[in-house]
Ligand binder design. Sequence first.
Ligand SMILES: N[C@@H](CCC(=O)N[C@@H](CS)C(=O)NCC(=O)O)C(=O)O
Length: 269
Amino acid sequence: MEPILLYGVPQGCSFGSIVALEWLGQPYRLCRIEMQKHPWHPLYERINPLRQTPSMLLEDDRVLGESLAILLHIAGRDLDKPIGFAQGTVEFDQLNQMLAYLHTDFFSAFNPLWIACEFKMLDEESRATLRAIGEDGAARNFSYLNNLLANRQWLLGGKSPSVADAYFVGVARWADYHKLFDMEREYPHLHRHLQKLQTDPAVMFAEKMERGEAVATNRVFRGHVTLDELEIRLVPERVCSEQHFHVGVGPVRDYLPVPKCVSAETFFG
Ligand SMILES: N[C@@H](CCC(=O)N[C@@H](CS)C(=O)NCC(=O)O)C(=O)O
């Protein structure tokens, strides 16, 4: 069977991997994970013991976790497509650097904002402090990318988007969700970049997927599967032993202090 991307909704960072799969243009399937429905389907733990999305189930039943690894894997499936580059090239180093930045600094800048808006037990002062830290971090990162995009059409320069642009569009939209700034006025180059990406057919397709709209299957998108349908492929011992990040020290809630993108109240039960 085709590779299957397990993507989290709503507003998940998995979004970029759907966009990248569309740009790749090879057959794939999707499996939808409702992140706000708690507890998550128990089978998902066999896919990703940290209970984070996205994950990708490959043709040979290997499970790949971490957006960065998934995006580089997607790009590597067809190096004739300029969404990625061969390792050892200058372009690959640039892509790797940009993806690492987006997955660490850029993604993490939003963490205090997610905690501030989701963690119901916070007092108002703590919430305001977290919000201020988040706003400051997001502003620094938006400013950095805005300057970078002043003379570039795409994040890496060049004539066409890479998987870095795919991931960027899924995370940058969180600024609107948190009503952080007047993006058009304060970060015009970044705003232009986002606007352009948001009219891309692959981005529009990923938005439809997130909204749960019915979309006809085609040569590339082969449809959805459920976790139950995947059970036969998810041998517990094998998947867990191959997960480099399998911590195995009790329930995830014991060592994940805060949820991202989802309600902490429901997360902590
Ligand atoms: N390092 C992981 C982080 C993934 C992550 O935090 N995913 C979020 C959605 S954006 C998630 O699954 N959150 C659910 C939770 O933390 O309970 C990656 O880059 O793939």
